[in-house]
Design a protein around this ligand. Sequence first.
Ligand code: SF4
Length: 222
Amino acid sequence: MLDLLQQIVSKIDGKIALSFSYQAEDTAVLHLLSQCKIKSLEVFTLDTGKLFDECKKLHKETEEFFNIPIKKYLPKIDNVKDLERKLGDWGMRESLQNRHLCCHIRKVEPLSRALKGKSAWITGLRSAQSVTRSELKIVEYDEKFNLFKINPIASWSDEKLFDYIKEYNLPLNPLYLQGFKSIGCKPCTRAVKDGEDIRAGRWWWENPEHKECGLHIKEQHG
Ligand code: SF4
């Protein structure tokens, strides 16, 4: 994988960004990238204002471990004020429309700023994560953000991912030890029971085919 990733990133002209969302996948990808020669890499996170305390702690640990800054992109304050007036603390659970509005303001709009001027976006997406990601490729073109999207561990299984984390003793979000298998915002993420799907704890009140926040949806799907 490392050789292939090096070949891919060496062909990218311009700035490359890695989105970091406090999940084991992102840490594994950051570790792979740390072994590649890259001219210009920005590691960033979307600080939605609704993160778990464990994620805030991991932010610092990861920066220290890799000796690299993780830039925070925050939602616009006026948008958040309007959103909170409209939805209160829990309104995102009342309808798909409300949830999409919250994800748009807290995630999608800041993401569009994070990706502005970048030539490629590297992610920790895996096809095993959900039905919405089963068609994932290692290199795609993202028409919505108009850049290459690189998913180096698209084909990795859960086992391969956590073996990798263990092998290199990489920082791991303690939420995994509490039964979380996918990590997002606090109001919209819960631990899962044995046998439940990896992303069953994300927006658990919705149908599986709706479980994306708008960051990884192709343009033609809105
Ligand atoms: S995951 Fe939940 S809290 Fe976070 S932006 Fe989306 S709706 Fe809002």
